[in-house]
Design a protein around this ligand. Sequence first.
Ligand SMILES: C[S@@+](CC[C@H](N)C(=O)[O-])C[C@H]1O[C@@H](n2cnc3c(N)ncnc32)[C@H](O)[C@@H]1O
Length: 271
Amino acid sequence: MISDEELTALMQAINNRYGLDFTNYERSSLKRGIVRLMLKHNMESIIELWSSVLKDNEFFINAIDDLLVNLTELFRNPDVWINLRDKVIPEITKKNRSIKIWHAGCSTGEEVYTMNIVLEKLNLLNSARLTATDLSKTALNKAKKGHYSLLTLKQYLVPFLKFFPGRDMADYFDYHDKYANIKPRYTTNVFFRNHNLVTDSMDDKFDIILCRNVMIYFDDVLKKRVLDLLHGALKDDGFLVIGYYDIMPEYGKSKFSIYDVKTRIYKKIPS
Ligand SMILES: C[S@@+](CC[C@H](N)C(=O)[O-])C[C@H]1O[C@@H](n2cnc3c(N)ncnc32)[C@H](O)[C@@H]1O
């Protein structure tokens, strides 16, 4: 068990040492992340973890992934992608403009490549511009490579087939011995960058922002900050997609109206 005091002290030390502020992350999820880290490295006390995290930069960079949970999926929640394909994206492009999308908390890239596969279906792959950001540098590096084990891809088959019944994943990936790479045509319109939703700003304006299953790790103070950031980064008629695990807090309801409740799609209410 990790006490609240131990957690606070460790997070403050990380903030001082690395400038990464986890103070407004949801505490029970951080505690679970710390336990995962300690088990992974056979550590018996938080002091051991403390020492490795603060002394060893490399250890810390990898540790972030255990703290942050990078879980993601290709075509995660297929109904969202069906709605984006049939309603949201056509609503934007009927206004005759090219589409700009931000994946905030893109993890290892599956969500970004799903988007590009959907855009290709709508003949928009070459005109759309995607910005994909995450706090985790390791997740981002994996995302850039678009390199997935065959075992991982196999787990994505069910949602993929729900979106594309009867279709073959080999149309989208180049297969090797034990892994597959997303085909290069799905990477050229994506700009991957390291970005911290807690502290960084966003200068660009987007038609759609996907920030799915990221805010679940934040407390209410941080959710408010992130919702303000996302609101400011959306065009006035833009859409926000949150995750099935996310709940729009009361504060967000003055900033975004529901577009489709089941798939957690919202429209910006302009200020
Ligand atoms: C559970 S994954 C969600 C991935 C994807 N959006 C999805 O729903 O499949 C959460 C991601 O949020 C990222 N994350 C956590 N805190 C963040 C922050 N402060 N700024 C940017 N990304 C963050 C994590 O690194 C992780 O990759």
